[in-house]
Ligand binder design. Sequence first.
Ligand code: PMP
Length: 446
Amino acid sequence: MSTPRPSISIAAAELPKIAYGRGSRLWDTSGKSYLDGSGGPAVYCLGHAHPEVNAALVRQLEQVAHGYRYTFTSDPLEQLTALVSEACGGNLKHMIFVSGGSEAVESALKLALQYQTAVGQPSRRHFIARRRSWHGNTLGAMSVSGFEERRAPFEGALLDTTLLSPVNAYRPMAGASAETVAEAGAAELEAAIRARGEERVAAFIFEPIVGAAGGAVPAPPGYARRIREVCDRYGVLMIADEVMCGSGRSGNWRTLEHDGVEPDIMTVAKGLGGGYVPLGAAIYTSRIHEALSAAHGGPLTGHTFTGHTLACAAGVAVQSIVKRDGLVERVRTAGERFQNSLRGALGNLEPVGDVRGRGFFVGVEFVADRATKEPFLAEHQLYLRVRRNALERGLICYPSGGNVDGVRGDTAILAPPYNATDAELQEIVDLFTLAVRDSLAEVGAL
Ligand code: PMP
């Protein structure tokens, strides 16, 4: 038996205990404060303890926490549907509110299967997705996820899914360059559909900006449009998983708005309710809605807490503030400055290979050799060092490992609250740079 390597991850028993939060900061029970540079896992878009959101939750609780969906509709449900549909624009007018990202993805997969049955194509049962992607921890969502480390203990019991190459301009697949990677990714999708037989493929699912599995990797220019064309040509539905990058985080409410592309089904979660309550949604177009209504009377998916009244009230409060305060616009403009100041602060560090992302969803990738993009040895656990050193300095960031081959690769995501002040954004850059320097020094790379 191999000896387990000493881990520098922070064991659950050693985690600090949360006491309270205010805006972009959190305090633990020892009185130590943390600047929330990643909104936790890219969730807390309005920061913590927002007085208007809290007041809206109290008001709703004083009325009723939950009106069960088979008995009642509710104002919060109807208002959130209107707000999300307006934010999405176009044909994305229908939605199912669930309790998080995995449930949103499960719903999206089921809507795709149900649609194909409804339009007389019940042989279309197969999903195509990509390696280095993460769609969630339930069995269906994990089945379409290309995240080896998380899948490994469950292999053999997952749905048979075709996993294509990641589409990453910094690390293009073999034979492609940063300029041709979009086309190569689309060609791979087309070949996979043909190989499986188009009459068997239900949908293609991807993250418009890859989150945890890649370290905020944006789709290269032109990719989404080409994917849309391929899906349309073969009757395959396009599912955009915007659980992490959506709800305004990328500087557009929908990330694919930037590319001028509308998916058939889209998932959101984290920033939708800003973490005040568990909330997610699977959103779908009028075409899907009409097919499901005609064949089955509506979507055949849902849970006890689908459209939960308090959760929807939180969503209404968060999304109304995002809209009223022009926060998506703020993310777009301040995001560019934030990314530039990060580049300025980190750019002279040889092991910083790439700073990328969009809006307030920024990824930093560390490499042992900038020219060859060779990653650090996995044994160094560099990404965990960054997490620990940042926490010690009072900064929360979201590091992740394994983006290169499932084992090697070190990235960190920064995803500040949309209402973080300019001074807080600068403090995030400063603390993060110090934590990166500490970590690189520990592994002898500085
Ligand atoms: N999709 C994406 C893109 C995600 O980043 C995540 C979570 N990190 C999920 C789905 C699953 O969401 P949840 O953890 O809320 O179930």
